[in-house]
Design a protein around this ligand. Structure first.
Ligand SMILES: [Zn+2]
Length: 313
């Protein structure tokens, strides 16, 4: 059994020429191919339960969609038209509390419009606002700890450094001010409601049969947060989504998802606040051995690997 991770699933937009996304037509084509090869689809929690019961899941794929993006309603409808209503959608809840785009997606907007120029724009914004993004207590430690973030990523050094500064070791307290300044300067007008699923859309996806999971509150790297703040990310997002869809939220998806994006505290807290499983971005297949000792580090592949994993002859 393999899990696949999807983010943006959309059509190319000339205003965002450097966008990293799955073309919606390719998405439909690849899913059709997988169906014709005899693959079946399951929700994450349901699949883990079947695996515990020793069912043969060799030909099972777990489709997972991160970040609660508006794109995912369309993806869900395409799947439904193909007869698939299984998959797990991981929602971060902060945009529903403050009506603001998450820092990680502000960074994507800038990157997809400006590409490698984004790093220079970040330094310009620092100068212009007289703010330092590296001036915080843990900078040296975090820079060393997360220096390999995005190393697997096929992107140039400036793009990786921009992403690391915003997501991994820049000051959490100033990143939104800086990103807002760049977005204002670039004239990007996107609002939270343009980017994220509405309440009704989350409910619609849930009612189709798909699983809703939590992606935390603020999409901050959990390993950068103390225990109290980590617990808040895990429990309040769970409660928020449970109230919304009137069902238990059992599955969690780590923001960023690599080994260093969570720690022992996270693993303990996930159990404490009653999640049943959590999914990461370690690129491996899932079998009984994988989950025997640990249901909280379920591996998964990127959707750009579909061809090499399943469709290569
Ligand atoms: Zn995410």
């Amino acid at each position: 059994m393999k899990a696949l991770m999807f983010h943006y699933v959309r059509k190319f937009d000339l205003n965002f020429p450097y966008s990293k996304h799955k073309e919606i037509d390719d998405f439909a084509k690849e899913i059709k191919n997988l169906i014709s090869l005899g693959y079946e689809f399951k929700n994450v929690t349901e699949a883990i339960n079947s695996l515990k019961k020793d069912e043969d899941l060799n030909k099972v794929i777990l489709l997972t969609f991160d970040d609660g993006l508006k794109d995912h309603l369309n993806a869900a409808k395409i799947l439904k038209n193909l007869g698939i209503t299984k998959g797990t959608f991981y929602i971060p809840t902060q945009p529903y509390l403050n009506n603001e785009i998450l820092h990680v997606h502000k960074a994507h907007l800038i990157l997809s419009k400006e590409g490698e120029n984004s790093l220079d724009l970040l330094f310009e914004a620092c100068n212009h606002l007289d703010i330092s993004i590296t001036d915080h207590n843990n900078y040296e430690i975090e820079k060393e700890n997360y220096k390999n973030a995005y190393s697997r990523f096929d992107a140039n050094t400036k793009i990786k450094e921009f992403k690391r500064l915003i997501n991994f070791y820049g000051s959490i307290g100033v990143r939104d001010v800086l990103l807002n300044e760049i977005i204002r300067k670039l004239g990007i007008l996107k609002k939270a409601e343009d980017l994220y699923l509405s309440f009704d859309e989350i409910k619609e996806i849930s009612e189709m049969g798909f699983e809703i999971g939590s992606h935390g509150v603020s999409h901050t790297l959990l390993s950068r947060l103390d225990k109290k703040n980590q617990k808040e990310e895990l429990s309040s997002s769970k409660k928020f989504l449970e109230d919304l869809i009137s069902e238990d939220i059992n599955s969690f998806c780590y923001p960023y998802g690599g080994r260093k994006s969570y720690n022992q505290n996270t693993l303990r807290l996930l159990k404490e606040v009653n999640y049943h499983n959590a999914i990461s971005v370690e690129q491996r297949s899932i079998n009984k051995e994988t989950i025997k000792n640990n249901l909280f580090e379920i591996p998964r592949y990127d959707c750009n690997q579909i061809r090499e994993l399943f469709l290569k002859r």
